[in-house]
Design a protein around this ligand. Structure first.
Ligand code: GLN
Length: 480
């Protein structure tokens, strides 16, 4: 088969069934690409030795006449914070060194049941905290479009694995943009499902009320196929629920005006090429007969501030379990307290420590009302904004990021400018609605064309709307 790395999941299945495609060939192709490119890109933390054996087993099964399951033989890269039974899971943190996952996360169990092959686990910002994959304890991942630039984060390794043909598809996690932003920076598709649509069981928690697992792929069709496999209620996660399939047709598309004025938008504001491309996407959809409406999400300007209070509060509580007693790293000390402090001081990197301290502060008795309680009220208002806007329009269209991929090291000494990267993605997590980033156009920078992402946002559990509009943009982008 020609160009086996550009097949869709459906085509892989057809090829397997007709005997035109062998999984041995497909998987060894990916393993070769990893060997060739990854020493430089650093997308993988570990490549699994048993991947090829799985490919052989599945090849034999198909030869015996078994018909392929939904994801039969699809080679996946998995973010290092999603647990795969029997494999190390480290959230790219030193504090989890030596830890092996004792069970499959629900998403992994569901992929496994449908025949997926796991190629390895991917590099990410430590405990998924970051927007560039520079916060990994194991070195930064590089953007394949320009090696001097970041791939975005925190699921940077997963996005790079897909973009650089080192995996067919990947799973990432998104707490404030960590699937959509790296997808946008690397020119691939990334879906953050509705909060609760995919079980979080077995996802190493960052901020539990915001975290979601989702797919990163080359096209919308594959994203939908994977989402359909991993979604749905799981008994192991009480916040998970059965996705109702609304599949209401999209007629009206809303463009939130606040996302273009960028009140808190940092020194650069919205990058000019991004603004132009978003307008092009809007024009295109208008030509196709959709009604375009300017709408308002009045509270969205406070989303970033609320997020950077609520998220660290949950981080400080979730990360308290890493004490040197239960998992991974343990440093010796004079007494118990000394063991705790040495383990945590040496195990966590600077960004994790910053957020633990910030979170502990906003939850402390004296400041809880002033910060945490107020941020929760703002979160409620943000959710209300989305409820109101979805009475007017069926879907929203925005940029995924204010800038294209930035240089490695450019923002590391300025956490606030790094946090501003999340300005368009964070309101979505606070409200719990689903959103997708679809590649659309490019921003020329220093002689290179950097990918741009369009973000589509739908009402709760209406992922189908994202896929239907996403497909139109995808086709147009491919024709350019
Ligand atoms: N960049 C955001 C942060 O650092 C989002 C991270 C994420 O979605 N996991 O918090």
């Amino acid at each position: 088969m020609n160009n086996i790395q550009n097949l869709t999941i459906e085509k892989i299945k057809d090829g397997l069934q007709s005997g035109e495609l062998s999984l041995r060939e497909l998987v060894s192709n990916y393993l070769e690409e990893i060997k060739r490119k990854d020493p430089d890109l650093n997308a993988y933390r570990e490549v699994f030795e048993d991947a090829f054996k799985h490919a052989e087993e599945i090849d034999e099964k198909i030869k015996r006449g078994d018909s392929p399951r939904a994801l039969e033989g699809v080679p996946f890269a998995i973010k290092d914070n999603i647990m795969i039974r029997g494999k190390a899971a480290g959230a790219s943190s030193k504090i989890l060194e030596g830890y092996t996952a004792s069970y499959d996360s629900t998403a992994i169990a569901r992929l496994r049941n449908e025949g997926a092959i796991f190629l390895g686990r991917t590099n990410c910002d430590e405990f998924a905290m970051g927007s560039s994959t520079e916060n990994s304890a194991y070195g930064p991942t590089r953007n394949p479009r320009d090696r001097e630039r970041v791939p975005g984060g925190s699921s940077g390794g997963s996005a790079v694995a897909v973009a650089a043909e080192m995996a067919h598809a990947a799973l990432g996690s998104d707490t404030g943009g960590s699937i959509r932003q790296p997808a946008a920076f690397c020119g691939v598709v990334g879906l953050k499902p509705t909060y609760g649509a995919v079980s979080r069981s077995g996802l190493i928690a960052m901020a539990s009320s915001l975290d979601q697992i989702g797919p990163i792929t080359k096209n919308i069709e594959d994203t939908k196929t994977i989402f359909d496999v991993i979604k749905g209620k799981s008994e192991k996660d009480l916040t998970s629920s059965e996705a109702k399939n609304n599949s209401h047709q999209v007629k009206k598309i809303g463009v939130p005006k606040e996302f273009f004025s960028l009140k808190d938008g940092g020194k650069e504001g919205l990058n000019e090429s991004i603004a132009k491309n978003i307008l092009k996407a809007v024009e295109l959809l208008k030509e196709k007969g959709f009604e375009i409406k300017e709408v308002s999400l009045p509270t969205s300007g406070y989303a970033l501030a609320a997020y950077y209070i609520i998220m660290p509060a949950e981080v400080s509580s979730n990360l308290s379990r890493f004490d040197g007693m239960r998992y991974g790293l343990r440093e010796d000390g004079k007494n118990l307290l000394d063991v705790y402090s040495k383990t945590r001081a040496n195990g966590f990197g600077p960004e994790a420590r910053r957020r633990i301290i910030l979170g502990t502060y906003v939850l402390s008795a004296g400041y809880y009302d002033a910060y945490y309680a107020r941020a929760q009220k703002v979160r409620y208002l943000i959710r209300k904004d989305f409820e109101n806007v979805f009475k007017e329009v069926d879907i929203l269209l925005t940029p995924t990021t204010p800038t294209p991929a930035f240089k490695i090291g450019e923002k590391t000494s300025d956490p606030l400018s790094m946090y501003l990267e999340d300005i368009f993605t964070v309101p979505v997590n606070l409200a719990g609605v689903p959103a997708i980033s679809v590649p659309f156009g490019a921003a020329p920078k220093e002689g290179k064309d950097l990918p741009i992402g369009v973000q589509l946002i739908a009402p709760w559990f209406d992922e189908e709307r994202l896929f239907s509009i996403g497909r139109i943009l995808e086709i147009e982008n491919a024709c350019k």
